[in-house]
Design a protein around this ligand. Sequence first.
Ligand SMILES: Nc1nc2c(c(=O)[nH]1)N[C@H]1C(S)=C(S)[C@@H](COP(=O)(O)OP(=O)(O)OC[C@H]3O[C@@H](n4cnc5c(=O)[nH]c(N)nc54)[C@H](O)[C@@H]3O)O[C@H]1N2
Ligand SMILES: Nc1nc2c(c(=O)[nH]1)N[C@H]1C(S)=C(S)[C@@H](COP(=O)(O)OP(=O)(O)OC[C@H]3O[C@@H](n4cnc5c(=O)[nH]c(N)nc54)[C@H](O)[C@@H]3O)O[C@H]1N2
Ligand SMILES: [Mo]
Length: 764
Amino acid sequence: MRTTETSAHWGSYLVDSDESGVVAVRPHDGDESAAAMGNVVDGVRHGSRVTRPAVRRAWLEGGPGPDDDRGRAGAEYVEVEWDTALDLVAGELARVRSAHGNEAIFGGSYGWGSAGRLHHPQSQVHGFLNGIGGYVRSVNDYSRGASIVLLPHLVGAPAAADVRQRPVSWTQVEEHTDLLVTFGGVRRSNGWVVPGGQTRHVGGALARSAARTTRVVSLSAQRDDAMDGLDAEWVGVMPGTDTAVMLALIHVLVVDGLADEEFLARCTVGADRVRAYVLGETDGVPKTPAWASAISRTPAERIRALAHEMAAGRTLVNVVYALQRGERGEQPVFAGLTLAAFLGQVGLPGGGFTHGLGSMGDYGVGRVAVPLPTFGQGANPVPDHIPCARIADLLLTPGADLPYDGGSLRLPAVRLAYWAGGNPFHHHQDLRRLRRALARLDTLVVHETHWTATAKHADVVLPVAASLERDDVAAGNGDTRLRASPRAVPPPGEAREELWIFGRLAERLGSSHDHGLDARAWLERLYEDWRSTGRAPAGAPAFAEFWETGGVDLDAPPYDDPVFTAFVRDPEAHPLQTPSGRIELWSSSLEAAGLADVAPHAEWREPRRWWGSADAATYDLHLLCNQPTHRLHSQLDMGAASRSTKVAGREPIRLHPADAAARGLADGDVVRVVSAHGSLLAGVHVSDALLPGVAQMHTGAWYDPSAPEVADCVHGNVNVLTPDEPTSTLSQATSGAHVLVRVERYDGPLPPVTAHEPPPLTRG
Ligand SMILES: Nc1nc2c(c(=O)[nH]1)N[C@H]1C(S)=C(S)[C@@H](COP(=O)(O)OP(=O)(O)OC[C@H]3O[C@@H](n4cnc5c(=O)[nH]c(N)nc54)[C@H](O)[C@@H]3O)O[C@H]1N2
Ligand SMILES: Nc1nc2c(c(=O)[nH]1)N[C@H]1C(S)=C(S)[C@@H](COP(=O)(O)OP(=O)(O)OC[C@H]3O[C@@H](n4cnc5c(=O)[nH]c(N)nc54)[C@H](O)[C@@H]3O)O[C@H]1N2
Ligand SMILES: [Mo]
C-alpha cells in the first residue's frame, strides 16, 4: 500500500493505492471540514472511463460536416489506434485551418477540469491552439458572468477585481460586523470548492467562527441555505426578486432618514436619481416594503424592521453569485452595492458590500493571492471571442452581431470545436438547443476522462489521464501551500496526458508552442522559473527537494486593507477608475451605452417569466438549480457520494409539503418536471426547508436522452429545463439558476438510467 497526496478543486486528500488501484481517499488530519465528495474511489475506475481513442462511426465513414444525428442516443463509436486518431484530428485541423482560417476553430473550452498547474486542460488546449495559429476564444465565466461585466462600470476595473480578490474577510466580519445580511445562501457545501483546491478547508470554519460574534440574516427561498453554526435568521424571498427587496430597504432608509447623506455626497454619484426612483418620482411607483412584499413574498414588516437593524450598527451586505445567474442578473448586484452605499458603510472595517461570501471556499479567507507556477499559453492572433455562455448562438447564427458591454461582437463561422476539461452538457442551458447548435459543426473533438454527454456528442474522443494518474503541482487562490500531487495510479487502458496528446499533434502540424518536455521535466521548469523570477517565497527549495518533501509553504500574508474598502472613502486622494472617480450609483458609461434592458441605475423590472407572470398558470413552481452538495458540477456523478443522494436512481427534486400534497406526491415518487424548454424525470424528496411554490434540484446529474418519448432527460439534468437566454445585452451571461416548471406524477414504466454507460464501442 502506498500513500500519496492528491489535489482537486474540492481539496487536498491522501490517496491509498495498491496494484488493484485506488483503495481509499482520506482527508488530512485536522481537515475537519473536508468535503463530503467521496466519489473518487469508484468513479475513477468506473466502466464509463474512456480507455481508447474513439471515433463516431458516422463521421468516420461520412467525413466531417453538419449532422443532426450528432449525439443521438446509442450512436456507435469505433475505437482506433492512437496514431490513427491523431492523424484524423491533425488532418481535420489542417483542413479547417487552410479552407476557413483559424477563426473557424473554437477553442474556448470552458470548464473545471483538473486543478493542477501543469495539466490544467484549458491552459494546455489554449497553448496548443495558439501554437498552430490561434482560435476563437471565450471570455468571462458561468459563475459571475453578469457581475464581471457590470462592476467595472460602477467601481472601476481595479476595485471590481478587489471585490473578488480582497473582499471584507471572514476574520474582519468576526471582529467588526454586527449584522451580515446575505442574499442567497452561505452554504457549507459550496465552501468546499476552490479553483485549484485548498490545503485545508478553511472557508466554512472561518464563517462559523465569525457567526459567534455576528448576527446573520439569510434572505433565500431555502432555510438550509445558511450552514449550521451560522445560526442565521431565515427570511424568505422568492427567487429572482431580491432587487425589489433591496430597493424597498433603500426606500425605508430614505423615508426614515437613515441614509448616510454625507457618504453618498462625498463618495458616490447618482444618489439623488436613485432616491427619486425609489420614491416613485420617476415612474409613479414608490418602492415601498408593501410593493416589494407583493413581488417577493417577503413580509413588508420584516423588510421595514431589517432596514432599521441594518442602519443601527456595522452591516455587511453580501450577494452570492447565484443571484446574478438569472434574467437581468446584474440588478441584484447593482442594488446590493447601492444599498450598501446608502448605509454609508462601504470602506468601514467589516461593513459595506461583498459578492461571494459562501459561494466559494477561497472568498474572504483574508489572504493575499500570491503568484503560482503557471503553464504559459502564448499569444492568440485570432481576435474573435464570445462571452462563454453564448456558445449556442455562436454556432447557430454565424455572421450575426451580438450586443455586448455597450458594443457588439461579430460571430465568426466556426467549423470545428475543440473541448478539453469542460462539460457543456453540464454547464450550458436549454440542452435541446445546444444539441441543435453542435449539429452545425463539421467536427467536435473532445478530451475526456469519462464518457460524458459531451464526449457522446463528439466526433473524436481522446482518452486522458485523470489527476490521480499523473504528476502535478497545485494550490488555490490565497492558499498557504503549493503541493506536489504525484501520480497515485497509472491511467487505465491507453489514456494519456494532454501534454502528450498535444505534443503528438504539434509534431504533425508544426507549432510555435514548446511541446518538447515530459511532465516531470515541465514541472521542474515551471517550478524553477517561478523560483528564479522571485515569485516563490524566500527559501523555497530546489525542485527535487520540493518534490521529495511534498510541498512548499506559500508566503500568503493576511490582508487587512482591502483596497476597495480602504480607498473608496477618500475619492480625492484615491479616485476609483470610474468617470467620476467615485462609486457610480448612476453609471455614466451605462447611460452612454443606451441599452434597452439595463438602466444606468439599479432597477426592478418584471421578468419575462416568473411566479407572477402569465406563464405561471402552466408552470406553477419556481425551480432553483443550484450547485450540488455531493459532487463538483457533473464530475464523478457515478461515485458513491453522488449516488447516495439519488431517489429511485434519479436526481432528487425537493418539494414543499404543501406542493407535494397538492400533487399527491410523497418521498420516493418519480415525477416528470416540465418547463417551456424541456422535461426530465426526478425523484421526490419532501422538505419544509423551502418556501411554498419553490422547488429545488442540484445541477450535475448526467444527461440521459435515451427515452425521449418519456422525457428529454430521464436522469434529471436540470439544464434540459433552463432557458438559454442571456442575463441582458450588457453581459450576455447565463441565466440558468432558476426556471419555472410544472411537476406531475410519473406512473409509467421507468426507463433505465443509461447516462453512466459508455456508448456502443467496436474495435476498428
Ligand atoms: N442551470 C445551471 N447551470 C449551471 C450552473 C447553475 O448554477 N445552474 N452553474 C454554472 C457554473 S457556475 C459552472 S462553473 C459550470 C461548470 O461547468 P463545467 O466546469 O463544464 O462542469 P464539470 O462537470 O466540472 O466539467 C468538467 C469536465 O472536465 C472533465 N475533466 C476532469 N479532469 C480533466 C482533465 O484533466 N482533462 C480533461 N480533458 N477533462 C477533464 C470532467 O470529467 C468533466 O466532464 O456550470 C454552470 N452551469
Ligand atoms: N459542493 C459544491 N460546491 C461548489 C460547486 C459545486 O459544484 N459543488 N461549484 C462551485 C462554483 S463553480 C461556483 S460558481 C459556486 C457558486 O456559488 P453560488 O452561486 O453561491 O451557489 P449556488 O449553490 O448556485 O447558489 C447558492 C444559493 O443561492 C440561492 N439562490 C439562488 N437564486 C437566488 C435568488 O434569486 N435569490 C436568493 N435570495 N437566493 C437565491 C439558492 O437557494 C442557492 O442554494 O459554487 C462553488 N461551490
Ligand atoms: Mo462556477
